[in-house]
Design a protein around this ligand. Structure first.
Ligand code: ZN
Length: 388
């Protein structure tokens, strides 16, 4: 058990200075004054001295088992190490497969998510990858969502991209129906996480799917929506129709026709759109390739789960109030992904906590009641970290 004293609590809404009691993996009590606890309980105490405390970040798009592969076999990115998540304040992750859904498979991704759970984090994944028919474990998307504990949706299915399967509208609808019914039967998210490419068709496939079927708009969850500025405008219109849109925290060069994640989130919030229908994810472990007009890779970088914390810091640096921007990293993904114990600091929620220094940098990270980062340093590492 831990008692955390004098925490400036963002739940994500600001609650002022509070004391928190953590027992096992849960937050069990929050109050204005320190509780009277019997010394025989052996509760450990930690005084935050007024530092801000927030829910652990939820990263809804991480290539947990490694992504990439677009520039030959040597460009296959290795699996994401535990401390790369925790140092970035990420305590819940959703794994995805990307371009390479042939040499990589959903079974490997489920095993990787389970490995992170054994290490104390919270992890889920989507079945399928860029291509259709989606690669699955049981034979169908619906079967994977229903039968496999970790699988909560399907994706990232690629559209408007030269690397996609160029799905027809009927094919997309079929996948949406499978995800939706799988979600209904299990209480899981049941979403189609849609990779938006650079192509001129933009959001058109999703718009047609919303207009051409009875599947609720919430099922369609486009990501990378800030990769082109015109695409972002169209994606904001999708949010108005009921989709939750996902901004990717990739590096954006000066003059590039894209919005950096912090800029995109501010634009979304300034537009007065539903504040709970926007999320930010890292694309961590994925390869971020740039292509020439012939479809050849000119260069690539690797996405980092630390990009979420960097984006949060950039938002604070530009004067955004923490409570305005924090839901996109915490309570919004929890709502979309139907993770009721995640994304909020409340009695009964999982003890996933992040503390910030006055500048907004991450100092401590607790996941399910255990400290993983203290004073900015990892105190627990994954089993193979440092041996490579
Ligand atoms: Zn993608």
């Amino acid at each position: 058990m831990w008692i955390l004293h004098n925490a400036d609590l963002y739940a994500p809404e600001p609650r002022g200075i509070k004391h928190l009691l953590v027992a096992g993996s849960s937050i069990v009590w929050i109050g204005d004054d320190p509780p009277a606890l019997d010394s025989s309980l052996g509760v450990k105490e930690f005084d935050l001295e007024g530092r801000r405390i927030l829910p652990g970040l939820i990263d809804g798009h991480v290539h947990l088992s490694g992504g990439g592969g677009e520039a030959g076999y040597q460009s296959r990115v290795p699996a994401v190490a535990l401390s790369r998540l925790t140092l970035g304040g990420v305590t819940s992750v959703v794994g995805v497969l990307g371009t390479d859904d042939v040499t990589r498979a959903p079974a490997e991704l489920v095993a990787t998510a389970r490995g992170l759970i054994e290490q104390g984090l919270s992890a889920w994944c989507h079945t399928g990858g860029y291509h259709i028919p989606p690669v699955t474990i049981t034979g169908t998307v619906r079967g994977d969502i229903i039968h496999i504990d970790r699988v909560i949706g399907v994706g990232e299915i690629a559209v408007s991209d030269h690397r996609s399967s160029q799905p027809t509208q009927d094919e997309l609808l079929r996948i949406g129906a499978e995800a939706h019914v799988g979600g209904l039967m299990t209480g899981k998210a049941g979403v189609v996480h849609v990779h938006m490419g650079d192509g001129p068709r933009g959001t058109e496939p999703i718009l047609r799917a919303i207009e051409g079927s009875e599947i609720p708009a919430r099922v369609w969850n486009p990501t990378h929506v800030n990769r082109r500025r015109a695409l972002f405008d169209d994606a904001m219109a999708l949010a108005e129709r009921g989709c939750t849109i996902d901004i990717t925290a990739f590096p954006v060069e000066e003059g590039e026709d894209a919005w950096a994640a912090d800029e995109a989130l501010v634009r979304y919030l300034d537009a007065g759109l539903p504040a709970d229908r926007v999320t930010v994810s890292s694309d961590g472990g994925g390869c971020l390739p740039a292509f020439d007009s012939e479809g050849r890779v000119t260069h690539f970088e690797v996405g980092s789960p630390g990009a979420l914390a960097q984006t949060l810091l950039a938002l604070l640096d530009r004067g955004q109030p923490l409570d305005r921007v924090l839901p996109a990293f915490t309570s919004n993904p929890a709502l979309l992904l139907r993770l009721p114990r995640k994304g909020r600091i409340a009695a009964g929620a999982d003890a996933d906590l992040v503390t910030l220094d006055p500048k907004g940098r991450i100092v401590d990270v607790m996941a399910n009641g255990t400290w993983y980062v203290q004073g900015g340093n990892p105190v627990i590492r994954g089993p193979f970290e440092g041996t490579a």
